[in-house]
Design a binder for this molecule. Structure first.
Ligand SMILES: Nc1ncnc2c1ncn2[C@@H]1O[C@H](COP(=O)(O)OP(=O)(O)OP(=O)(O)O)[C@@H](O)[C@H]1O
Ligand SMILES: [Mg+2]
Length: 273
């Protein structure tokens, strides 16, 4: 068996930046030289292939593999830039029950043999799709926007991570990392958003990064590149790269985007990961 680490990128609430983060972090890990596979669990929507610019190369998908219609190797799409980065796309089927628990288990177990990191992009919600995406995770990245509704949904996801995963069933605690995304400097100034410290306090999960709201994210997805591959100097890209360093065990302090000194503003001195 290999030493693959399975990471789920999850949030509860929709549209907070899970897919953007999955693509950015998977690419940043691949840039470090690891063998990386990103899996799109969002059956019916298929977003990860668009963000990774792989949509025209998709032939088979996760559901085909689960149903035995294609092998994993047939379904994996290799990234156009990084040869050690692969995508296992979601299906566009309308059948939300197309994924079975046994099917997902065998897919993950096989992928563990080929890859160092497996990044599972979870669908929104707390239903079956989200629980299947987290089921085999060794670690979780919890994505939250600095807003009450988003934080509340993260709390429900934390409950599920500690109850419905294999790690939880083995009596262990799921290691969790909090990633705050779409942090808007203007709205932070007006008090329109929750403060980073507040989010960390409410969820009580170590902070792995704060990603600024940035037009670079949209620009990157328009050209089909994860932001960490499209513009390495953009603030969002740097923040994702730093978060990935922390995931790999580095203890650099988290920087919070601030207007005054630009992105490398004040250092976060709270409960950093
Ligand atoms: N840091 C950011 N700055 C600006 N826009 C962002 C940022 N992160 C994500 N977005 C935008 O927010 C939207 C939702 O992002 P994304 O699809 O990654 O969220 P999601 O959590 O995967 O959504 P879903 O729950 O539907 O799967 C997209 O249009 C994306 O471009
Ligand atoms: Mg998504």
């Amino acid at each position: 068996m290999s030493n693959a680490t399975v990471i789920v990128v999850t949030s509860g609430k929709g549209g907070v930046g899970k897919t953007t983060s999955s693509a950015a972090i998977a690419s940043a890990l691949a840039k470090e030289g690891y063998q990386v596979c990103a899996i799109d669990f969002d059956v019916g929507l298929r977003n990860l292939d668009l963000i990774m610019g792989a949509e025209r190369r998709v032939v088979f998908d996760l559901v085909n593999v689960v149903r035995g219609e294609a092998s994993i190797k047939q379904a994996l799409v290799r990234d156009k830039k990084l040869e050690n980065l692969y995508l296992l796309p979601a299906s566009q089927t309308r059948d939300k029950d197309a994924l079975t628990e046994e099917g997902v288990a065998s897919v993950i177990n096989e992928l563990r043999m080929y890859f160092d990191w497996i990044v599972c992009d979870s669908p929104a919600g707390i239903e079956r799709g989200a629980t299947l995406a987290m089921r085999h995770a060794d670690e979780a990245i919890i994505v939250s926007n600095p807003e009450v509704s988003s934080v509340r949904d993260c709390d429900r996801i934390i409950g599920l991570l500690d109850a419905k995963t294999i790690v939880a069933e083995e009596g262990k605690r799921m290691p969790k990392h909090l990633l705050i995304t779409r942090y808007d400097i203007e709205r932070a100034k007006t008090g329109d958003m929750l403060d980073v410290n507040d989010v960390v306090d409410i969820l009580s999960v170590p902070l792995i990064g704060v990603i600024p709201e940035s037009r670079d994210v949209l620009k990157a997805s328009n050209v089909g590149l994860p932001v960490t591959l499209s513009d390495e100097n953009s603030p969002a890209s740097k923040a994702y790269t730093e978060a990935t360093q922390r995931l790999l065990g580095s203890d650099v302090p988290v920087t919070i985007p601030s207007e005054k000194k630009g992105f490398l503003g004040k250092l976060f001195k709270g409960r950093a990961a």
